[in-house]
Design a protein around this ligand. Structure first.
Ligand code: NI
Length: 225
């Protein structure tokens, strides 16, 4: 499931994040990938231990926590602290698949179920830089307004096209979902959206309550912690 979640950050948050990132020291993005990724990755990243990454990453997590659509779609169990990247001067990241299991800073591991990219520059500010996600329906090009998020399956092949003008700043991170199976997550999201609509359009409260029970009991059956 590819899902566009608009306005995770507002214009002020985007502006101040971008200003902080533009003044930051950047490192080679190949620091954080294995041999497969290193062959095709040409970009810059904030270093893993950078205090700015900690600070801005925490801001992104706080913004996600306030977003009901994000929660309904991802059902997050564990989230890796967001990283930040920068593409410019032809920078790109060829087709790759994200690592399946990642170490968490405090110990423990995260299975990557959902990959997330939060755009921090507006599409007209740079040329190229589309995130291309390949699935059974073909290739999807994604280039969103600053502050918007795309979520996509970590199992998919994807790439970032070369940025040939301007610069592309983004945050990216991975989530282990309570519900591993993508089709089940999509069913739960559709059910959640239907319940919201029925509630707001004044449907029979007893029927809505019953449907809400179905939602929670499916989530209980399908979730793993
Ligand atoms: Ni990736």
């Amino acid at each position: 499931m590819l899902l566009h979640i608009p306005a995770i950050l507002d214009a002020d948050q985007v502006r101040s994040m971008r200003a902080a990132l533009q003044a930051a020291p950047w490192a080679d993005g190949r620091e954080t990938v294995g041999a497969q990724g290193a062959r095709v990755k040409r970009n810059l990243q904030l270093s893993e231990a950078s205090p700015l990454r900690q600070e801005l990453g925490a801001q992104v997590l706080a913004a996600l926590a306030r977003n009901p659509l994000y929660h309904a779609a991802v059902l997050p169990l564990r989230t890796l602290l967001p990283r930040f990247n920068r593409y410019e001067g032809g920078g790109h990241y060829g087709f790759h698949v994200d690592g399946a299991v990642m170490a968490l800073p405090g110990g423990g591991q995260l299975r990557s179920d959902v990959s997330c990219t939060l755009f921090l520059c507006d599409p007209e500010d740079y040329e190229g830089g589309e995130l291309v996600i390949s699935d059974t329906y073909g290739e999807h090009e994604v280039k969103l307004p600053a502050g918007d998020l795309i979520i996509y399956p970590s199992s998919s092949l994807h790439q970032v096209q070369p940025v040939t003008r301007g610069e592309r700043l983004a945050a990216f991170f991975w989530v282990q979902s309570l519900v591993r199976d993508e089709r089940r997550r999509r069913l739960l999201l559709e059910l959640d959206r239907s319940i919201q609509t029925l509630t707001h359009t004044g449907a029979d409260p007893a029927a809505v309550l019953q449907l809400t029970g179905v939602y929670h009991n499916l989530l209980r059956d399908w979730s793993e912690t």
